[in-house]
Design a protein around this ligand. Structure first.
Ligand code: ADA
Ligand code: CA
Ligand code: CA
Length: 348
């Protein structure tokens, strides 16, 4: 989206509505315990909540939690310096639910942390962009490797980054390609498309467009799209979309203010069993982590999840190939489609 500020105010009521409409999003937040978690996190402040980050022992989550949802402005990517202010939109948008968010975890999160939650400390959140913004008026094809050197890339005519379908991607990765060290700014159009096995490493979306990245894939059910180290903010709806068969792996990822972190296409004309493995992420101000179609034997597996309260971990649907809006069927671990244990999930 092109105007974050306008967009934020615009989506506020919609977001609130969406959350209100879903039973799973009901805020069970106790609220009001914010103080409890503040203590631990040197870097935590405001918004989504008082990331406690007191995972003393854990290299992997110590940094991760501390840097939670650092705002774009926090260009400082050095250690805990990037004041983990929750992205304004997300936190505020969820108002009720989110207000108490930090809290849910508050005391207990810190107390039970073992260090395997949230992004690895080596994945430093929200790197500052280098050089000048690169305006892409044509999709950049990536046949093998593309290193963006942490420059910021935006759409220049590929799409406005709003919710209209059929926008063009900024990058299109061939089967076997890797994209790394890229910051995608607004407008982000249709983000990144991948046509098979591909890897996105150290890729950051400052303001997600129609969606952030899509596995279009082939009919090869063994293809894997890997997203490792990165982050995405302000996704009106989806962040990662999988349309082809195979597996998407999302790890060491910071996501804030979003609809769904992952969605297995619910109504594509060709449907497949799709699989997602989500590990070591920090998610604040979201509606759902994963949306999967149980009638097509999708699976979603979670571990090391730090997520603020009010977010549904796994939403099941009956998908279709007619283009109709899929029906939601259930949520929560079922050992078959939605695979996780309570101990895989923790409040930040
Ligand atoms: C929606 C839409 C799909 C597809 C997808 C995408 O899920 O219903 O048909 O366009 O978005 O790839 O963005
Ligand atoms: Ca879409
Ligand atoms: Ca799309």
């Amino acid at each position: 989206m092109s105007k974050p500020s306008v967009r934020f105010w615009f989506f506020l009521p919609i977001f609130a509505l969406a959350c209100g409409g879903s039973g799973d999003d009901s805020g069970t937040d106790p609220g009001g315990q914010a103080g409890g978690s503040v203590a631990a996190g040197a870097s935590s402040r405001a918004g989504a909540g008082n990331v406690s980050g007191s995972s003393a022992g854990g290299a992997s989550s110590a940094g991760g939690t501390g840097r939670a949802g650092a705002p774009a402005s926090a260009g400082a990517s050095s250690g805990g310096a990037s004041s983990g202010g929750a992205p304004s939109g997300g936190a505020a948008g969820k108002s009720g639910g989110q207000a108490g968010a930090g809290t849910a975890g508050g005391g207990s999160a810190g107390a039970t942390s073992t260090g395997n939650f949230g992004p690895a400390a080596s994945c430093v959140a929200w790197p500052a962009a280098t050089g000048s913004t690169q305006k892409l008026s044509k999709t950049q094809a990536v046949s093998k490797d593309f290193d963006g050197k942490l420059q910021r890339f935006v759409s220049d005519g590929l799409g406005d980054g709003a919710q209209g379908e059929n926008q063009l991607p900024l990058f299109e990765l061939a089967d076997g390609a890797t994209l790394e060290n890229v910051i995608i700014g607004a407008p982000a159009a249709d983000g990144i498309h991948c046509s098979g096995t591909c890897t996105l490493k150290n890729v950051w979306w400052e303001d997600v467009g129609e969606d952030a990245a899509t596995q279009k894939g082939t009919s090869n059910s063994s293809q894997v799209m890997t997203i490792d180290c990165g982050g995405a903010k302000a996704a009106s709806d989806k962040v990662f979309q999988q349309n082809g068969p195979g597996t998407m792996k999302i790890s060491n990822f910071y996501v804030s203010n979003f609809g769904k972190l992952f969605r297995s296409c619910g109504n594509c004309s060709k449907q497949f069993a799709k699989h997602v493995v989500i590990s070591n992420i920090l998610a604040t101000g979201g509606k759902d982590l994963a949306g999967v179609n149980e009638n097509y034997n999708d699976t979603a597996t979670f571990s090391g999840i730090l997520v603020s309260s009010g977010t549904t971990i796994c939403q099941r649907y009956t998908g279709n190939n007619t283009g109709a809006e899929p029906t939601a069927t259930g949520t929560g671990p079922d050992g078959k489609v939605c695979i996780y244990k309570a101990s895989d999930i923790k409040a930040p």
